[in-house]
Design a protein around this ligand. Structure first.
Ligand SMILES: Nc1nc2c(ncn2[C@@H]2O[C@H](COP(=O)(O)OP(=O)(O)OP(=O)(O)O)[C@@H](O)[C@H]2O)c(=O)[nH]1
Ligand SMILES: O=C([O-])CC(=O)C(=O)O
Ligand SMILES: [Mn+2]
Length: 620
């Protein structure tokens, strides 16, 4: 049984002897003994290494080189049909105590799971190369940064990790100097040698029908098997930077969040920093690259998916983007909706499951208003607009270095204090365009009650409404109710220096089924209102669920939004909201007495206001 040799608690008790480097080497040797690769390669993150691995993947038919005149340095990967998204049903939290995983995580006994994984990983890398990938989340040696090592038998994962994290020798030097690291092991679960030792032929996207995405929070360890896809296989991302980091954050007093980060500058040249948590495929990348449609405002990009937040010595909540790249949703990304993303992926990008054009470029639904007459779709089959299926998979993605983003803030690699935090989801009904929380406690309640229509980012039925507190439902590494209490504790420490909290919803629909709000660049109008509130420059209207804009304070000049549709965007229907409150209470009930008592107060006062509003409506 192999465990993380360098977890601080184990070091303290001298469980694993030897220097940091000896411990790392011993762990790599242990994993190799279990998985039996043909050879072991230590990755240094150099350009030469990435060229070599790319050439190899192209030669093996695992990457298609795109036309260098149209898309220089860029490649297309096509996954197998059973490996296109995160697999939440095969994601496990193996805390010692089941209650520490909580009702929203799938718990497994860590001892039993380790035994099971020993069987699953035995010989899983036969015939393959095992890569050792030392990486840093955040700048190497940075104050909020964390180190990890991913062992993987996928060169596609190595290349992607090179784009998404800081990878290489500088990390090894930190590890050698004794900085703790998170131990992560990934195998495609597709060995090329059987028991007889004979080598079988490889396939374009090796994977296994059986998948395991396993987190051991106490020992800071991740074991992933059977998938080569994004959030399942790039272990620095969801598994570490959210699931394991959220546990570290709980223990150490900080926060690891599924949030984008932007820097916004007002016409008066005041700068603000905003973080926003939306569930997967609900608009983080788009807001992170927003191009304002109102004069005088600029938005710069800091991060599009994950943020780590910690109180600084000035008492404020500071944030970093621990990642170094984007793993962004392709469909819907076009020159009209997100020109910055289109520009970002002009070169040096790995595309996964998008369509291939006849001239060797990529295409996906929404890139251009009209589809090309002929494409090779994400499955590798011929496609025409009359095919009746999407040419790109709905969860097709681009992987690219953040440095290619034209709106990247100059100081994007640093930490900075937050002025506002936004929570959002994809809600066709009920939830207004923007609501300000009355205070931190109410804001945490709003975050905890976020629900959203499910997207293609994870396996499951697209469109069905589910609760996704803080957009962290699939990513919180411990009991969700404890996580809410942790947020309340952080707020207590921040006091009056805490960022203001808002709820937003770009996705409300009118009776005709169309979006009421144009979204994308026009979301700058909502940001303007939010930041004017942060500055205390304008009053707001109190409604039972928080505070909304006076309609005259929301700049809709030049927009084709009628007064009636604007009113629909902010409508708070007491009956529907009382029904939401019942659902919220039901949702909270599964966490028993671990739910912070503050939430019952907020629920009570919200219901009281809704009843009063209903009474007033009836009388009027
Ligand atoms: N109607 C509307 N759609 C939007 C808006 N912003 C984003 N979208 C669409 O939502 C989808 C996903 O958006 P992303 O920004 O990639 O989502 P994300 O939150 O970064 O997703 P993950 O990478 O899965 O965490 C895309 O198809 C977008 O076109 C908006 O303001 N209005
Ligand atoms: O993790 C992934 O595969 C992509 C992602 O950002 C998400 O699903 O939220
Ligand atoms: Mn995400």
């Amino acid at each position: 049984m192999i465990t993380n040799p360098n977890h601080p608690a184990r070091l303290e008790h001298n469980v694993v002897p030897g220097s940091p480097r000896v411990r790392l080497d011993a762990w790599v040797a242990d994993v190799a003994r279990l998985t039996q690769p043909d050879d072991i390669v230590w990755c240094d993150g150099s350009a030469e290494e990435s060229r070599r691995l790319t050439r190899q993947l192209v030669a093996e038919g695992k990457l298609v080189e795109l036309n260098p005149d149209l898309r220089p340095g860029s490649y297309l990967a096509r996954t197998s049909a059973n490996d296109v998204a995160r697999v939440e049903g095969r994601t496990f939290t193996c805390s010692v105590d089941e209650d520490d995983a909580g009702p929203t995580n799938q718990w497994r006994d860590p001892v039993e799971m380790r035994a099971e994984l020993d069987g699953v990983f035995a010989g899983s890398m036969r015939g393959r190369t095992m890569y050792v990938v030392p990486f840093s989340l955040g700048p190497v040696g940075g104050p909020l940064s964390q180190l990890g090592v991913e062992i993987t038998d996928s060169a596609y994962v190595v290349l992607s990790m090179g784009l998404m994290t800081r990878l290489g020798d500088r990390v090894l030097r930190e590890i050698n100097a004794g900085t703790p690291w998170v131990a992560t092991v990934h195998s495609l679960g597709h060995p090329l040698r059987g028991d007889d030792g004979a080598l079988q032929e490889d396939v374009a996207w090796p994977s296994n029908d059986t998948k395991y995405i396993v987190q051991f929070p106490e020992t800071r360890e991740i074991w992933s098997y059977g998938s080569g896809y994004g959030g399942n296989a790039l272990l620095a991302k969801k598994c570490f930077a959210l699931r394991i980091a959220s546990v570290m954050a709980r223990d150490e007093g900080w926060l690891a969040e599924h949030m984008l980060l932007i820097k916004v500058t007002s016409p008066e040249n005041h700068t603000f920093h905003v973080a926003a948590a939306f569930p997967s495929a609900c608009g983080k990348t788009n807001l992170a690259m927003l191009q304002p449609t109102i004069p005088g405002w600029t938005v710069e990009t800091i991060g599009d998916d994950i943020a780590w937040l910690k109180q600084g010595s000035d008492g404020r909540l500071h944030a970093i983007n621990p990642e170094a790249g984007f793993f962004g949703v392709a469909p819907g990304t076009g020159t009209l909706t997100n020109p910055i993303a289109v520009e970002t992926v002009r070169a040096n990008t790995i595309f996964t499951n998008v369509a291939l054009t006849d001239d060797g470029d990529v295409w996906w639904e929404g890139l251009t208003p009209e589809a090309p007459a002929h494409l090779i779709d994400w499955t590798g089959a011929d496609w025409t607009p009359s095919s009746g299926t999407p040419a790109a998979h709905p969860n097709s993605r681009f992987t690219v270095s953040i440095d290619q983003c034209p709106t990247l803030a100059e100081d994007a690699h640093e930490s900075f204090p937050l002025d506002a935090i936004l929570f959002g989801g994809r809600r066709a009904t009920n939830v207004p365009l923007v609501v300000q929380a009355r205070d931190w406690k109410h804001g945490v309640f709003l975050g905890a009650t976020i629900s959203s229509e499910q997207t293609a980012a994870a396996e499951g039925s697209v469109g069905s409404l589910r609760r996704d507190p803080f957009a962290m439902l699939p990513f919180c590494g411990y009991n969700m109710a404890d996580y809410w209490s942790h947020w309340l504790d952080v707020g207590d420490r921040l006091g009056s220096r805490a960022p203001k909290i808002f709820q937003v919803n770009w996705f409300r629909k009118g009776d005709d089924g169309s979006y009421l709000w144009p979204g994308f660049g026009d979301n700058s109008r909502v940001l303007e209102w939010i930041l004017r509130r942060v500055e205390n420059r304008i009053p707001a209207v109190r409604v039972p669920i928080g505070e909304v804009p006076r309609l005259r304070d929301l700049d809709v000049s030049g927009l084709d939004v009628t007064r009636d549709r604007l009113e629909q965007l902010f409508d708070v229907d007491p009956d529907s909201w009382l029904a939401e409150c019942d659902l919220t209470e039901e949702f909270f009930a599964q966490f028993g007495d671990r739910v912070p008592p503050e939430f019952a107060d907020v629920l009570r006062s919200t219901r009281y206001s809704l009843h009063s509003a209903r009474f007033v409506e009836k009388v009027a």
